[in-house]
Design a protein around this ligand. Structure first.
Ligand code: CO
Ligand code: CO
Length: 327
């Protein structure tokens, strides 16, 4: 849903007043966190959606990587997952088998198992996971605790929303999706493991609200601003040209509209199509990590060492509020 609509819907629900709820809904974080005891907390999240690629196995793998990502974004270690499935009565069950196999194998790659789930008959296939992770209550990495002067890193390229829309409209062929499929299928595990032992103040993953939207949540939550270098943001090949041709998902346009309504300042040199790309609604995007300046290079080096292909230094947080994106 739209970020602003969702905020409206959530307003006025019964308040969360359990002191063991360490992270609830108030900061739009990636997952909820519940303290079991002084040394252990549960990290819980759920994510599911309709197919974004043709191949069912790949769809399952991407959906699982996307769901697991919210546990990684909190600094947690996934332990179990449950599957959420909607499937049409008139479609071949073998397709659903492939979706589940893709998800289960991705979960195994993350070191966990899918230990149950629930299925419903549905007009359109839907698949995802509810993932439970563990974390030490003092090592939670919130999305809302960045400090002025933090260096911001992004660990995957952006543009998956535009690319999947383009593929659906036959504006590009399968091969043009390869790079984005590899990226969406990749776990954010290594990017998260690299945070351990570094002075990381905040982290989140880039998904439906786009890089700008998730960055905005991070800044708003902490009461800080940021200067971002648009040129440092990695973008998948072909995405800008597609945006120029108007091949842009509705969610991405909504994200840009909301960015502008909330005062995001784009440099004049950043044209409409690049603005859309920076707001593009992502599936299974990278981690956005705010690291104390003194530890920034150490985080980047560790992430690369652990096999993270992209560790882009995209900007810096500031005491002055507001998000300024420079061309
Ligand atoms: Co998230
Ligand atoms: Co989510």
């Amino acid at each position: 849903m739209d970020a602003d609509v969702l905020a409206q819907v959530l307003r006025g629900l019964p308040p969360i007043d359990d002191p063991n709820v360490l992270v609830g809904t108030s900061t739009a974080d990636d997952a909820g966190v519940y303290r079991v005891n002084d040394a252990l907390a549960l990290v819980q999240t759920v994510d599911f959606f309709t197919p974004i690629v043709d191949d069912p196995y790949t769809f399952g793998a991407i959906a699982a990587a996307n769901a697991l990502s919210d546990v990684y974004a909190m600094g947690g270690t996934p332990v179990t997952a449950l599957a959420i499935v909607g499937f049409p009565e008139d479609q071949d069950p073998a397709i659903l088998h492939e979706i589940l196999r893709g998800g289960a194998e991705k979960a195994r790659e993350a070191g966990i198992n899918v230990i149950g789930g629930h299925t419903v008959k549905d007009a359109e296939p839907k698949y995802g996971l509810s993932v439970t992770g563990l974390i030490h209550p003092e090592r939670i990495i919130r999305n809302s605790s960045a400090q002025a002067g933090d260096i911001l890193f992004l660990t995957k390229a952006v543009g998956t929303g535009i690319l999947t829309t383009a593929r659906r409209r036959d504006a590009i062929d399968d091969a043009a999706m390869d790079e984005a499929i590899v990226s969406m299928s990749a776990l954010n595990r290594a990017a998260a493991e690299a945070m351990d032992g570094c002075a990381v103040h905040a982290a989140t993953d880039v998904t439906g609200f786009g890089l700008v939207g998730h960055l905005r949540e991070m800044l708003d939550g902490a009461g800080v601003g940021a200067d971002i270098d648009a040129g440092a943001i990695p973008v998948f090949e072909g995405v800008l040209a597609l945006a120029q041709d108007g091949v842009v998902p509705g969610g991405t346009r909504t994200n840009l509209r909301q960015a502008l309504a909330n005062g995001v300042a784009f440099d004049d040199r950043i044209d409409e199509s690049l603005r859309l790309v920076l707001c593009d609604a992502q599936t299974s995007g990278g981690l956005l990590v705010a690291v104390a300046a003194g530890d920034a290079e150490r985080y980047a080096a560790r992430a690369r060492e652990l096999g993270v292909a992209i560790v882009a230094r995209i900007g810096i947080t500031t005491a002055t509020t507001g998000l300024r994106i420079h061309g």
